[in-house]
Design a protein around this ligand. Structure first.
Ligand SMILES: [Mg+2]
Length: 475
């Protein structure tokens, strides 16, 4: 018992959890703000954080569009929005109509596969995927998360889209109506797309139904006095003079094509928002430009490489190209950190996780003992470990768990976050907590071959391979 409690404190130092909070900026890579001359920002969900009410509006409008435009049965309208059903970064198997969480090694996390609103038993998942939880690379590896058979939902708009997808599947399944999941995928995607194309989102903003919820942005902009769409949203957040904060303003840039194609030229909008026809030879402060492309942008501004730090919420269309092709520094806005750091800081999570790690270590050592009694205990511990893992997952989201982790691995989302962002944070206002000469240093975390399993510490000095009796005592 003494050993266990000692190691408990070794595992999670007292007070460690208090240092986790949603106003912290986390570093994947070292970034010295003193070296940053240019701050660039995406607009939706980066500068503008919307309230959750917007998701309900998007969902309701797209759901009704399915009924009115695609003639889906009227009864689908009885399904209200489920705010905590889906999480960002999930994959959707278009042909099988399944929503699921996939880890960094392309394995489906058991227990997180949903057909409609119902979880699929693991055996059925194995049947559907040829006896494995692995989803082949060629099915899901489209660079922007759009594989031919499996799509990854990465932007925050996609939460109502995933929910509507699940709801529509659920309606057909529970009512025993035959349908093609591929058609359903296309119809729901189109219905969600119509919300954007028909400009509902911007109508809601104009009607004050969906104004950005965070007005600390003005403070951020004043602080960085940066270089960097939408008039009403910006006036609401920053004030009438919002354009003064930016050296360059581009609207409807059509990312990610803005970063990869050099076809669309910049055009200037006049004071009425109408397009001007003159050729753009410089990008002027106080003006608003439409479309354009990064190659012309770099030529016209000379803003290159690591002196630019760009903030965006979409790992692929905002950040990936800038980091991989152009060497800009990137900052990811991940609003989910607010909820997830709260869960991770809770006492219950610390207790679960510590015991989970300890139990895993005990199992690792016990497995070599083949006698009947040891086997029985092993099976019992295995069951307990499974229950603990599910309990820990449910603290984040009962259906899909954390967006960053499967039971023990990083998620597909998490690995891409590490790869495409230098720093990440819950919201832009986290920047207010740091001086503009601050350097973000990533924590040096041990690699697998550098770190002993936690339990090794527990048993150091007691024995190399503890006997069952000793393990029971430790418990
Ligand atoms: Mg965005």
């Amino acid at each position: 018992n003494v050993l266990f409690w000692l190691s408990w404190f070794n595992l999670i130092p007292p007070g460690a959890c208090k240092s986790l909070n949603s106003s912290v900026i986390y570093a994947n890579n070292e970034v010295d703000l003193a070296e940053v001359d240019i701050y660039g920002f995406d607009y939706d969900y980066t500068l503008a954080q919307y309230s959750n009410a917007l998701n309900t509006l998007i969902y309701n409008t797209a759901r009704d569009f399915l009924v009115e435009h695609f003639k889906y049965p009227e009864e689908i309208k009885t399904y209200d929005y489920l705010p905590n059903f889906a999480v960002r970064g999930l994959h959707y198997d278009i042909q099988k109509g399944l929503l699921m969480k996939i880890d960094a090694f392309h394995y489906i996390q058991p227990g997180t596969v949903y057909r409609g609103l119902t979880p699929l038993p693991d055996e059925e998942v194995l049947d559907l995927y040829g006896g494995t939880f692995h989803v082949p690379l060629q099915q899901d590896s489209g660079f922007y998360g759009k594989g031919p058979k499996v799509k990854q939902f990465m932007d925050i708009f996609s939460i109502p889209e995933m929910t509507l997808m699940a709801v529509a599947n659920d309606f057909f399944i529970t009512n025993d109506i035959e349908y093609d999941p591929v058609h359903l995928f296309k119809d729901v995607s189109e219905a969600i797309g119509m919300v954007h194309i028909k400009g509902y989102m911007y109508k809601w903003i104009m009607q004050d139904l969906a104004l950005p919820s965070d007005s600390q942005q003005a403070a951020v902009l004043k602080k960085v006095f940066f270089s960097g769409s939408r008039d009403k949203g910006m006036r609401h957040m920053v004030g009438e003079n919002w354009r003064d904060f930016f050296d360059v303003v581009i609207v409807q840039a059509d990312k990610p094509h803005f970063f990869t194609d050099c076809i669309k030229p910049f055009r200037r909008l006049d004071g009425n928002g109408d397009l001007r026809w003159e050729k753009i030879t410089s990008l002027e402060k106080g003006q608003i430009y439409k479309q354009g492309n990064l190659f012309d942008f770099l030529r016209l501004t000379g803003w290159r490489g690591s002196k630019v730090l760009y903030f965006g919420d979409h790992l692929y269309s905002d950040l990936a190209d800038l980091m991989l092709r152009h060497g800009w520094r990137t900052a990811a806005i991940v609003p989910e950190l607010e909820h997830e750091t709260k869960v991770v800081s809770a006492h219950r999570y610390a207790v679960n996780l510590t015991w989970l790690q300890a139990l895993t270590g005990l199992m690792e050592r016990l497995q070599i003992h083949r006698d009947a009694e040891s086997r029985d205990v092993f099976v019992e511990w295995q069951k307990e470990r499974e229950e603990l893992r599910v309990m820990t997952k449910n603290l984040f989201n009962p259906q899909f768990g954390s967006i960053f982790r499967t039971l023990h691995n990083p998620t597909y989302f998490s690995r891409r976050l590490n790869r495409f962002s230098d720093i990440y944070m819950a919201s832009l206002s986290c920047l207010l907590n740091y001086d503009l000469s601050y350097t973000f240093y990533p924590r040096r975390t041990p690699l697998q071959h550098e770190a002993p399993l936690w339990m090794d510490q527990l048993c150091t000095g007691c024995m190399k391979t503890p006997h069952l009796e000793d393990m029971a005592n430790i418990r």
